[in-house]
Design a protein around this ligand. Structure first.
Ligand SMILES: C[S@@+](CC[C@H](N)C(=O)[O-])C[C@H]1O[C@@H](n2cnc3c(N)ncnc32)[C@H](O)[C@@H]1O
Length: 247
């Protein structure tokens, strides 16, 4: 607690210095408690947790390494069964395309499960959290506020796009829609969108997707019901498409 107080104080000091004209050129010196708290915070950010998916569902080993969730970035990781099911669906779909390229927009857990399942699959992770830079050239920094501020070589070259927007707002979904259009192959592409049920009508309008019967779940229990919306007919996979209600 003392360390947290120190950090808070430090934060306050830094922002009030930013707001006023500071004449003092002396370097900022942290107290030993603030330094210890800062180091603890940074170490926590780089921790990984090892998840054990359901038996014999992930190829090539039974453990999956994930970084810890940072709730300030709206990070809520999928339950292993959810990540497994969506990854299995993407791998199945990938067989439809030669040289298939998959884009994961803001769904880093799925990226990890996909690579574990099929290391040869070409997957690009678009993410805001720089901790995922650890995935090298398969990581692209992405901020949904700048939906098309992306490397030109990513334009129109993805056959499968999976998106899990950080927020449940209209504005966020509209911007992610712009990114999906930027990335999608104009010839043929499939979309999977994981988001709250509250986005159902907007998702249909903006992206032409429908919910399937399978429901995604998260390791931390969330208040909102989540759905997997898709742009194609999965047959009996994922429990099929949900029946449309008569209006
Ligand atoms: C609801 S989570 C989806 C994570 C997914 N459930 C998983 O397990 O992989 C939203 C993601 O959006 C990312 N994010 C946060 N702020 C963002 C921003 N400004 N632009 C793009 N992505 C952002 C977070 O880092 C997080 O990975």
């Amino acid at each position: 607690m003392e360390g947290e107080d120190e950090l808070r104080k430090l934060n306050g000091e830094v922002s009030s210095q930013r707001d006023t004209v500071v004449e003092d050129d002396d370097p900022l010196v942290l107290s030993s408690q603030a330094l210890a708290a800062l180091q603890e915070f940074l170490a926590d950010q780089n921790k990984t947790v090892t998840v054990t998916p359901p038996p014999s569902t992930v190829d090539g080993g039974d453990k999956v390494e994930l970084v810890t969730e940072d709730w300030r970035l709206s990070q809520f990781w999928y339950e292993p069964e959810t990540a497994e099911t969506v990854a299995e669906e993407v791998v199945t779909l990938s067989n439809r395309f030669s040289g298939c390229r998959v884009a994961c927009i803001a769904c880093p857990t799925l990226y990890v499960y996909l690579k574990k399942k099929d290391p040869s699959l070409q997957v690009q992770l678009l993410e805001y959290d720089m901790r995922f830079e650890r995935y090298g050239s398969e990581f692209t920094f992405y901020d949904y506020n700048e939906p098309e501020d992306l490397p030109p070589q990513l334009k129109h070259c993805f056959h499968i796009i999976v998106a899990d927007p950080p927020y449940l707002s209209k504005e966020c979904l509209e911007r992610v829609t712009q990114t999906v259009s930027f990335l999608a192959s104009p010839v043929d592409s499939l979309l999977l969108l994981l988001t709250g049920d509250v986005q159902r009508d907007r998702a249909a309008e903006l992206l032409g997707v429908r919910p399937c019967v399978f429901k995604p779940h998260h390791s931390s229990k969330l208040g909102n019901e989540f759905r997997l919306f898709i742009s194609y007919d999965p047959g009996t996979r994922l429990g099929g498409l949900e029946e449309e209600e008569d209006s």
